[in-house]
Design a protein around this ligand. Structure first.
Ligand SMILES: Cc1cc2nc3c(=O)[nH]c(=O)nc-3n(C[C@H](O)[C@H](O)[C@H](O)COP(=O)(O)OP(=O)(O)OC[C@H]3O[C@@H](n4cnc5c(N)ncnc54)[C@H](O)[C@@H]3O)c2cc1C
Length: 497
């Protein structure tokens, strides 16, 4: 592993037998896994470049068990890493050698569906798609739709503040969650938010959404349900240059149109996707844009005409408009298969996630091509163009010595570029371990200190998911973002993992 994690605590490792026995006393039966072979499936999440088997896995089934485990771990100074389905792309669920991995897979029930109030109460291990499946016959759905929605859990979505194609119009997880039940490391059971839009006191729900498993373990979630739109139609638009595609995206938003989704692919991504799904994508375009409009049929038709006119004004060379749901699904099929399609181009790929102002799209793509040449690795680009969220897929071969390190350096350069043009380090995949050491690019020591004070308010001993999000201090110094003078560290109250 090229990444630096906190040194395992030899004292904790020496107590492994006692820790396993204590967990078994709380979760009887097969809910505690300690055999080396059985721990293997948990050694990684979707950032598969990093692997570390946990000390032990525990699979609680009730909130009382979660509270008892956390209380015991707190009293005995044992670290805990929460885990949903393990699809994090930023290493958020990467285990620790001296930590308990708390898998939430057994919290898999939908507890309540209330159409009158348009909400559902679910356990955190329920998959994102299962919520929509449970309510679609009644004409409802849960809006945030990560591409991983068939597998990822709503608990993981909350921790990462996950997004998807439709979040441009309907908001991210944070805009679609009304309340959570959260267990702190001290075993306290808190209720944040509720069943209504307004909650009393500080917006602690807003703090918890996107907190990457660092503040507590989510044991229940109340989500908003939306009525399914009457109609949805999509345009597939080809552009001769990335610049013209980027300008079209900006002009659509500037015209006051908020599409349900607006996604772009560069030429290498179009070729890879078309070879994978054969849906008739034009191969001679430099950029392909998919714009989906939804709502009442008349409004949809009107907006389709407006977007078509904007596309033509920006030099679009091909435009197809879906005539039925099957054709609309075909437009999306290539975009949704872009990740597996990249898997055919190289043995491995690193999926980056940065966000930039929309107007910087052409500049960033041009400079990314130069970075690709400098690092000697290919890259294909798919992005949530409407909100400026880039997902460059860096192609490499982990079996070639040094290529993982080169891919990581290339990825870090892309994220530096995003920040340089006024963007941010992450759009929806979180910081995790992947972007942890780049945090000083965006946040001053004072910013980081304030954020870590929030962490300490929930978890003073820093036992929940340590080594994630906050840069390890020596790396800050290496990056030149924190000046260490005469061995005296500024902000001595920053947590040292
Ligand atoms: C092919 C693919 C496509 C993807 N597409 C998208 C996309 O379009 N949009 C997007 O936003 N993401 C996407 N992702 C990333 C990933 O699916 C999301 O980040 C997802 O929310 C992770 O959910 P999970 O259940 O797998 O969580 P995990 O990976 O298990 O954990 C993620 C984080 O959540 C924490 N956590 C999990 N459960 C809890 C809990 N109950 N309480 C507290 N903390 C918890 C963990 O500690 C960790 O920090 C994609 C991933 C893959 C592999």
């Amino acid at each position: 592993m090229s990444l630096c994690m906190p040194e395992p605590d030899a004292g904790v490792l020496a107590r492994r037998g006692d820790i396993v026995a204590a967990l078994r006393a709380i979760v009887p039966g097969d809910g505690v896994i300690d055999h080396a072979d059985a721990l293997r499936p948990y050694e990684s999440d979707a950032l598969t470049a990093y692997r570390q088997p946990p000390m032990v896995v525990v699979l609680p089934q009730t909130v009382e068990q979660v509270a008892a485990i956390l209380r015991w771990c707190h009293a005995n100074r044992v670290k805990v890493v929460p885990r949903g389905a393990g699809t994090s792309l930023s290493g958020g669920a990467l285990p620790l050698a001296d930590g308990v991995l708390m898998g939430m897979a057994r919290f898999n029930r939908i507890l309540d569906i209330d159409y009158a109030d348009r909400l559902a109460v679910v356990q955190p291990g329920v998959t994102n798609l299962a919520i929509t499946r449970a309510v679609e016959d009644a004409g409802f759905y849960y809006a945030p739709d990560p591409s991983s929605q068939i597998a990822c859990t709503i608990g993981g979505n909350i921790a990462e503040n996950s997004g998807g194609v439709h979040c441009l119009k309907y908001g991210l997880t944070t805009n679609n969650v009304l309340g959570v039940e959260l267990v702190t490391i001290e075993g306290e059971i808190l209720r944040l938010g509720g069943r209504g839009l307004e909650a009393q006191g500080l917006d602690l729900l807003g703090v918890v959404v996107g907190s990457e498993g660092l503040l507590g373990v989510v044991t229940e979630v109340t989500v908003r349900l939306l009525p399914k739109p009457e109609t949805a139609r999509a345009l597939l638009i080809g552009f001769p240059t990335v610049e013209s595609g980027g300008k079209c995206v900006a002009d659509v938003i500037a015209a006051g149109i908020i599409p349900a989704g607006m996604e772009m692919m560069d030429q290498p991504a179009v070729h890879a996707a078309e070879a994978f799904v054969n849906v008739g994508y034009p191969l001679d375009v430099a950029a392909l844009l998919i714009v989906e409009l939804d709502g009442p049929a008349a409004e949809c038709s009107h907006l389709i005409d407006e977007v078509e006119a904007i596309a033509l004004a920006n030099g679009a060379v091909s435009i197809r408009i879906s005539t039925d749901d099957a054709e609309r699904a075909a437009f999306w099929a290539g975009r949704k298969a872009a990740f597996p399609a990249a898997g055919r181009l190289a043995p491995d790929y690193l999926c980056m996630d940065g966000t930039i102002p929309r107007r910087c799209l052409p500049e960033v793509l041009t400079r990314m091509r130069a970075l690709s040449e400098r690092h000697g690795l290919g890259v294909i680009n798919v992005f949530h163009a409407g909100d400026g969220n880039l997902h460059p897929l860096i192609l490499y071969d982990a079996n070639q010595p040094g290529q993982l390190a080169t891919a990581e350096a290339f990825g870090a350069d892309i994220l530096r570029l995003c920040v340089e043009v006024g963007g941010v380090l992450t759009g929806e995949h979180g910081v995790g371990v992947e972007k942890r050491d780049l945090m000083p690019l965006m946040f001053s020591p004072a910013d980081l200190a304030q954020q870590s004070h929030v962490k300490s308010a929930f978890d003073p001993e820093l036992l929940l998911n340590p080594g994630k999000v906050f840069p390890l201090l020596h790396r800050c110094a290496e990056l030149g973002a924190m000046h260490v003078h005469n061995g005296k560290l500024p902000f001595p109250d920053l947590p040292r993992f």
